[in-house]
Design a protein around this ligand. Structure first.
Ligand code: HEC
Ligand code: HEC
Length: 345
């Protein structure tokens, strides 16, 4: 609210003084630096020292995130492949980018990316600021030349007050674009699912079936929690969960070149997993039942197959229970939070 008031004032003062460019105009509101609230089980989000949180920067980032003009042919925004209604992933096995070209991996959920130790299925990038450059410039995603990107945004009037509020003046630069995108992404915090209510003591927040599923998930029988652990359901490590004997995608090996990393992928969060189908780095499983059946089988032999992968002996009703538990990780408040959705009309 405060920001929009400021923006109106800026536009007004620009109109009054006849300036075509608004510069150096605002002091951020007093609480602008207050980092977003996180659930009590979560650590505070740590913001890089060269990119501290401000609400104005996150708001600029939100506009950029949902703007198709950031792609060469005006076809694709970050939000095209990371849709709030789908847990900030998309519903496709592979995603359509520039000129209808396809990505070679399944789009990832951006839920709680603020806590990631690395990014991408293979962990090939270690900061959100750097990560943003990849889709902006990749031929099969947004295919933008970075100079043209800066020029294009300079020429969109709506961005002048947003850059001014976030950065003190209206200058557009690649550094400011990627830092603003990263600041918005660090606001994508999800921790208010029915599982969380249950975990805080509301025993009726999830069904009896989901409760049995939780016991399987966090117990030795299902054994999911060793890899999908803690508040974000990930150990931030790389494993082979035994999808293939001959993986078509070498995963972590592409980054490290170490034989022991062949076929390893980063453990993804399971928050909002119900919404992010299809599953795995190549979107091979259409449903959560297929995923659980894979784990129940113990998977395929592979030299780097994780020692935790073994047949689980789950019955059909235990499989249903585990799926019911996974669905209890859907956070409807997060998904319907309009402050995380597109600001464009
Ligand atoms: C054409 C679809 C597409 C577009 C457009 C796109 N992404 Fe992605 N995104 C993906 C795919 C696919 C992956 C996984 C890629 C991989 O692991 O190799 C991914 C991964 C990510 C990740 C890593 C998440 C994690 O947990 O490691 C982040 C962060 C991200 N994208 C942010 C963005 C931002 C910011 C933009 C806009 C500048 C954007 N994406 C545009 C498809 C897309
Ligand atoms: C050895 C570690 C490990 C164990 C044990 C494990 N997982 Fe996973 N899980 C992973 C990794 C790694 C991936 C990503 C693999 C890939 O895409 O190639 C994954 C992917 C998933 C996905 C798909 C996520 C997505 O965004 O597409 C689901 C759902 C899942 N696991 C659920 C479970 C359940 C349920 C259990 C217990 C029955 C379990 N996992 C046990 C490591 C593990």
């Amino acid at each position: 609210m405060k920001l929009s008031v400021l923006l109106c004032l800026c536009a007004l003062s620009a109109a009054l003084c006849g300036c075509d460019k608004v510069t150096g105009l605002v002091n951020p509101p007093a609480n602008d630096h207050a980092a977003p609230d996180v659930p009590k089980e979560f650590p505070a989000v740590s913001f890089p020292s060269d990119n501290p949180f401000t609400a104005a920067k996150a708001e600029l980032g939100r506009h950029l995130f949902y703007d198709k003009r950031l792609s060469k042919d005006f076809s694709t925004s970050c939000g095209s492949c990371h849709q709030s209604q789908q847990g900030f992933a998309d519903g496709s096995k592979f995603s359509h980018g520039f000129a209808g070209l396809m990505t070679t991996r399944n789009s990832m959920s951006l839920v709680n990316v603020a806590y990631n130790k690395s990014f991408f299925w293979d962990g090939g990038v270690v900061s959100l600021e750097v990560q943003a450059l990849a889709p902006l410039t990749a031929q099969n995603e947004m295919n933008m030349n970075t100079d043209s990107l800066v020029r294009r945004i300079e020429n969109i009037e709506a961005y002048q007050p947003l850059f001014a509020a976030a950065w003190g003046d209206g200058t557009v630069s690649l550094d400011r674009i990627t830092k603003s995108l990263a600041t918005f992404e660090r606001k994508l915090i999800s921790g208010q699912s029915s599982f969380d209510q249950w975990n805080r003591g509301n025993t009726s927040a999830i069904s009896a079936s989901a409760t049995r599923g939780a016991e399987l998930f966090f117990g030795e029988k299902g054994d999911c929690f060793h890899c999908h652990q803690s508040y974000n359901f990930t150990d931030n490590q790389f494993h082979s969960n035994a999808l293939d004997s001959l993986p078509a995608d070498d995963g972590r090996y592409r980054i490290t070149g170490a034989g022991s990393d062949k076929g390893l992928f980063r453990t993804p969060t399971l928050r909002n997993i119900e919404l992010t189908a299809p599953y795995m780095h190549d979107g091979r499983f259409a449903t959560l039942h297929e995923v659980v059946r894979h784990y129940n089988s113990g998977g395929k032999p592979h030299v780097n197959r994780d020692v935790l992968m073994r047949p689980l002996g789950l019955s059909d009703s235990e499989t249903d229970d585990l799926v019911a538990f996974l669905k209890s990780l859907t956070d409807t408040a997060f998904i319907s939070d309009t402050t995380l959705q597109s600001p464009w009309k």
